[in-house]
Structures are given as C-alpha cells and as structure tokens.
Design a protein around this ligand. Structure first.
Ligand SMILES: Cc1cc2nc3c(=O)[nH]c(=O)nc-3n(C[C@H](O)[C@H](O)[C@H](O)COP(=O)(O)OP(=O)(O)OC[C@H]3O[C@@H](n4cnc5c(N)ncnc54)[C@H](O)[C@@H]3O)c2cc1C
Length: 472
C-alpha cells in the first residue's frame, strides 16, 4: 500500500489544477488516480477525417470582457489555434422540411416571441416558488419553427440562470478550438509545470492512469482509497473531482456513507447531455458564406437534429458537418448503432439540401451518457435554486474535499469553471492543513493530559480534540 498526503481522484482540468496548486504550495507527495488511460476528462480530442475534433469541450466561452478568462490566457500562451463563433445569424438560417429557409422577418418575429415566452416562463416559475400565481401563463411552442427556436433558447442560449457570470465577467465572445494538438494540450502544459514529463509524455509516478476508484474510507486518522484492480492507497486527505453524474451514480462508495445533506444536494443537480455528432462527406454541399456557419432544422419533434455547424471556418476543406443533440435525443442516439444515426442524419440533410446530397463517408458519435466515468456532460443547476445547493455539493465531508466544474459558484458547466474550482478547492485544503498543523502541538498536549488522566494518580480530566474538520 502506498501513501501520500493528498490523493486527487480524476485528472480532468479541475483535478490537474487542484494538484498543481498543492504542488506549488509545498504539498508534493500527491497522488492522482485517474480511471481512464489519459488525462483531460471531458476535454478530449480525436482524429476524424484527417483533422482533430473535440468530442467534449470545444469552445473557450467568455472572451473579450473586462476581466481575462484564465483559460483564454493559457490558450494564448500556447498559441492555441481558435476560430471566433458568430451565432447571430443562426436564427435566420432555419430550414423547414422541404428545404426552404424561413423568411428573415418571420424568423425574427418567431425568435422574439420565443424569448418573451421564455421570460414569462421564468417569471411564472419564480411566482410558483414564492407560492403565488403568475399574471400571464407562457405559451408552449407548437410549430416546427417554434420548437426549433425553443430548443436553441433553452438547451443552448438560455440554459443558464441569468445573468451568466461567464459573459458578464469575461466577455460575450466564444472561440472554437481548432488546433491539431487539441484543447487538451492546455492540460499537458499545466501538468508539465509540476509533474515530470519528457517529450510531451507524463512519466511521473504520482499520476496513475487506469485506476478506477471504487471506495473511499475515512477515519479519524486518514483516508483509505480502494481501486477496482484491488490496489489500496492511504492519504491524509482526498480531493474528489469526478463529475456530478458520477457522484449521482454508484461508481464511488463512501465509508462512512456521505451525510444526507450531501447526497440530497448531489441528486438535486441536473446533468446535461450534449452530443456533437461529426459527419464526414466527400465534398461540401452546404452554403459556406459569411453568417452561414450555423444553421437550424425545424422538425415537429423538439431537438431532432436541430442545430448544425459546418467546419469549413475551423478546418477549410475538411468537409465535416457537426450536429448537436441534447438530453433525451442524445440518450436515444447513444442507444442505437452509428448506421441508424447516420440514416436519420442523412434523411434530415436531404430534407434541407435535396436528394442528391452524397452519403457521409464517416460518422463519429461520442457517448458521454453511457460513459461510467462521466454519466453526462455538465452540471445544470435548477433555474431557481439557492446558493445552499451549490454550497452543499462543494462542502468537504471530513477529510474528503470536492471539486469539479459542478462546484464552481460562478462558472459551473465550463472549462474555466473546472479550472478555477480546482484551484479554490486546493486553497481550502491548504488552509485546512495549516489549521491542523497549528493544532498539532495542542493535540500532543491534550494527548499527554489524557495519558496522565488514565494514570490513577492523576487528577486532570481529558479533552477530545479531533483532527477531522469541515462540514459533517
Ligand atoms: C460534449 C461536451 C461539450 C462541452 N462544451 C464545452 C465548451 O464548449 N466550453 C466549455 O467551457 N465547457 C464545455 N464543456 C464542459 C467542460 O468540458 C467541463 O466543464 C470540464 O471539462 C469539466 O472538468 P472537470 O475536471 O470538472 O471534470 P472531468 O473532465 O470530467 O474530470 C473528472 C475526471 O475524473 C475521472 N474519474 C471519474 N470517476 C473516477 C473514478 N471513480 N476513479 C478515478 N477517476 C475517475 C474521469 O475519468 C475524468 O478524467 C463540455 C462538456 C462536454 C462533455
């Protein structure tokens, strides 16, 4: 059995940034246990059709504002190749099932109606929470264009509680990562700064890949972590960076079990599923002019192959289209074969661009929902929720600390949320370690008093000083 001061579970951006802060602050006997054979977690590039595509996070969101997004800074230092994404025209590129584009005026009016309805919905929800009845009931989307816009608004643009800190603090611009090294090179760069690496490979034995943690046992004196392959590791503290979806599943068990306030909070947080399906074609048959990068398909089924993007801006000549599905549609597609999904996508494309559209030569369907080390894509806090929920999800339980995008107060769901959360958690843990070190002489003193107390000749009473702290 090997031991460390701190074990970090998971090597996504939050786990790596947490470990880096510990190492930089003198806690060097750390151990990072990662379930898969790579670092990066939900930042994951894959070769597809001669280019590198991002299966997970693709954009650096929140750029150009008064404060600098730390992930944008990291990307700039690495000269990461990115492309500005201009979504403003997407709402005017809405196709019906016969391949006609809805007239601009009609699309703009439908969009405005949907925004008004979304605002009414929010007000009605607020009124409901306050035990009141809203003045006006929101209308539900019915026609294909209304359903398509509702999908774009609720599953993309307005999926978060306003105001959205990412855009307020860091700016409203979004940049798509289009770099052969992948978004994940940011993590390798961070790892290089505190782990031993050679030619881009991490050779440090403080990072252990293919270690699936199944059990975390904590006692007064420390923590014991057990992995699926039968290994056991001891530490003074543990930082768990697994996703909220994993915490909701039964992959990890805690001894003693986590308290109810913790498990209830974990179960209350929604998990979004977001699937980017990549399709490679022999040639490009879609419009590629300015303002045409994003386009929308209006169907009577909400979210059915609705949101499309071509990759000609990111990788000219790649002949790749991406269609994004969410939640129920994502789960449905994950459960079927690539051939079935391709057939559906082709029928949608032929609706939009005609029967001569060539069949795709390749398809890539990421499966984030069925991945037992993810169980979804990112946390989505209920529209109306108090800070207590996030506080409870984030709060440590004894020697077990929690991090990850879902613990970020302002930026949950984003890469920069994970990055900053990792730093925050480690700072709290360092504070805890400092406090316990300050307490050590006191503990030694009380222990000596206890010894004297146990001695029948002694008249002094004992005091219990526990090292376990945090919310329990
Ligand atoms: C499809 C998709 C699109 C996205 N798009 C964007 C975007 O455009 N912009 C943006 O900013 N964000 C985006 N995100 C969100 C972003 O990727 C995440 O917020 C961020 O990467 C989360 O980092 P993390 O460290 O919190 O978690 P993770 O990256 O999930 O890291 C957790 C790690 O823990 C490991 N693990 C889990 N269980 C165990 C276990 N039992 N034992 C050991 N290890 C374990 C996992 O393998 C993983 O490596 C997207 C996510 C997805 C999936």
């Amino acid at each position: 059995m090997s031991s460390a001061s701190v074990i970090v579970i998971g090597a996504g951006i939050s786990g790596v940034s947490a470990a880096k802060v510990l190492a930089e602050n003198g806690v060097e006997d750390i151990l990072i246990l990662e379930a898969t054979d790579r670092i990066g977690g939900r930042i994951h590039k894959q070769e597809f059709g001669d280019v590198s595509v991002e299966l997970g996070a693709g954009w650096i969101a929140g750029v150009g504002g008064k404060e600098s997004n730390p992930v944008w800074e990291l990307a700039s230092r690495l000269n990461l190749r990115t492309c500005f994404s201009d979504y403003t025209n997407a709402r005017y590129n809405i196709y019906d099932r016969s391949g006609e584009i809805f007239p601009t005026r009609f699309a703009a009016d439908s969009y405005k109606k949907a925004v008004d309805s979304a605002i009414l919905k929010l007000k009605s929800l607020e009124a409901q929470c306050a035990g009141q009845v809203a003045d006006e009931a929101p209308s539900s989307p019915k026609t294909p264009i209304e359903l398509a816009i509702d999908f774009i608004l609720h599953d993309f643009e307005m999926a978060e509680v306003e105001p959205i800190s990412t855009y307020v603090d860091f700016g409203e611009r979004e940049f798509l990562v289009a770099d052969e090294r992948g978004y994940e090179c940011l993590l390798y760069k961070m790892a290089e700064e505190f782990l031993f690496t050679s030619h881009g490979n991490i050779l440090d034995n403080r990072l252990k890949l293919n270690k699936v943690v199944r059990e975390i046992q904590q006692s007064k004196n420390g923590v014991l972590v057990k992995t699926e392959d039968g290994s056991e590791y001891e530490a003074n503290y543990v930082i768990v960076s697994a996703s909220i979806g994993v915490l909701q599943s039964d992959l990890l068990s805690f001894q003693p079990p986590l308290p109810r306030w913790k498990t209830e909070a974990i179960q209350k947080c929604d998990v979004m599923v977001y699937t980017k399906i990549f399709l490679k074609f022999p040639h490009c048959f879609w419009p590629c002019g300015p303002g045409q990068e994003f386009f929308i398909y209006a169907h009577e089924q909400r979210g059915y192959f609705t949101f499309w993007q071509h990759m000609e801006n990111a990788y000219p000549g790649s002949n790749i289209l991406v269609v994004t599905l969410t939640n129920e549609q994502s789960k449905r597609v994950e459960a079927q074969s690539e051939e079935e999904t391709l057939k559906e996508a082709m029928s949608v494309l032929r609706d939009m661009f005609g029967p001569t559209v060539p069949y795709a030569t390749d398809i890539l369907v990421p499966r984030w929902w069925n991945n037992r080390f993810q169980r979804g894509c990112y946390s989505n806090y209920p529209m109306i929720s108090d800070n207590q929920l996030l506080h409870n999800i984030k709060a440590p339980v004894g020697r077990i600390f929690f991090t990850g995008e879902h613990t970020s107060e302002k930026f949950s769901g984003y890469v920069h949320g994970g990055y900053l959360a990792g730093m925050d958690t480690s700072k709290s843990l360092l504070e805890e370690i400092k406090q316990s070190l300050l307490l050590q002489p006191l503990l030694a003193f009380t222990e000596s008093l206890t010894l004297k107390h146990n001695n029948p000749d002694s008249q002094i009473h004992s005091t219990n000083v526990s090292f376990i702290s945090g919310t329990s």
